[in-house]
Design a protein. Sequence first.
Length: 250
Amino acid sequence: MLAGVSPTYYSRLEQGLSTNASEAVIASIARALNLNADERAHLFNLARPEHSTPKRKTASKPDHARAGTIRLITSLAGTPAVIIGKRSEVLGWNALGHRLVAGHLDFDSPERIADRPNMTRLLFLDAHTRELYTRWQEEAVRAVSSLRVLGGKSPEDAELTALVGELTVKSPEFGNLWAKHPVKNCVSGSKSFQHPEVGGFDLDFEVLTPPDDSGHRMLMYTARPGTAAASALDLLARSGETRTPRISVQ
């Protein structure tokens, strides 16, 4: 009633039997459901006409970060930075970003397609990563919410579907969160770390998205000047100076 559509038509929309709903109808449903901005965008991604015709899910070619993006984050020696693909896979990182989020992995692991790290998979299935985040549950909700947004943008992505399936089977916590359908485009905020080398501290983060259709994102961390977090980052950077990894630009 609130959306101004009949129960029968609404049921057909829910079941995917009606594929020509107008933007006005979708907007009315979003208002009736009190969706926030991220949830509303997600609804339009799912219901827009270009997604209405079922397509065969096919595997895509392995993704790679642009050489210019790699050079950019490498130049930011004091700022931890990670390049993430459209399935939350790691496409590259600078030395400090690597030491911050995955120092237990090889630096060049993003270059190896077969065992390329995935930020969401690490969060739910890797014990080291789980211990890294003091507020793990908050981080888990954030990761699942972001993955929902990615899924709405690429509903025919076979690798993304496989990732969701794998995590649902291997992690009951992921399965429970995924079933709740959280949707949020997490582009900034703060994270609490308990790092094995430099201890506990909080960092702010920003997610920067290039103005193209690559789906790549740059996740960058900063510490407020003069804080314990800034000292921890400086210590982490200095502890890695004697073993700076080779940076490969493809």
